[in-house]
Every structure is written in C-alpha cells, then in structure tokens.
Design a protein. Structure first.
Length: 102
C-alpha cells in the first residue's frame, strides 16, 4: 500500500474514499448539524488486511477535529476501532449512543 495514496473526503457522495488500482474502499457518513455520523465501512477483499479501514476512520476523525463536529460511530467497525484505540479519537467528542433501531 502506497502512503502516497490519500483518503479523500468525497463530500458530494458523503463518504471517505480510498482508491487503489481502480478498487474503492469507503466509509459512508451522514452529517446532522455538527454531528458526523459514521454509517458503514466497506473494504473489498482486494484491499483487505492492510489497515485501510483504519485509515478511513482516522480521516473521519481528522475532519471532525478540524470542523468541531461530534463523531457518532454507528458503523460497527468504526466503533470497535475507536473503542480499542482511544488515542485516535483523543481530539474529538464521541457520542457513543447506539444507532436508531430499524
């Protein structure tokens, strides 16, 4: 994995995007006021096992830190990563509320 390949905030499509060799990994989000809701992380098998999901979550946290947004990790992957690595989210407010049912 090349460090030169960056995670991009594709705000038009509400996702953080990492693309390598034509394959996309993404973290889909929603914005509700000053709340950045992390909805779903998807890393295809072709990009799996290289920490790309973590890079996507870190990009979301970096955005929230710069914008003052509160992060809501509704995505199970993002929630688990942030629970295991509190240092990643040290600069932001996390709302650990469960996602709404349904």
């Amino acid at each position: 994995m090349s460090e030169a390949i960056a995670v991009v905030d594709d705000a038009e499509h509400h996702r953080f995007l990492y693309t390598e060799d034509g394959v996309d990994a993404e973290l889909v989000y929603r914005v509700n006021g000053k709340r950045l809701i992390l909805v779903h992380t998807e890393v295809p098998d072709a990009l799996g096992g290289r920490g790309i999901g973590g890079r996507l979550v870190r990009a979301a946290v970096a955005r929230a830190e710069m914008s003052g947004e509160t992060v809501l990790p509704w995505c199970p992957y993002a929630r688990k990563l942030l629970e295991k690595h509190p240092d990643v989210a040290a600069g932001v407010t996390i709302d650990w509320s469960d996602p709404p049912a349904g």
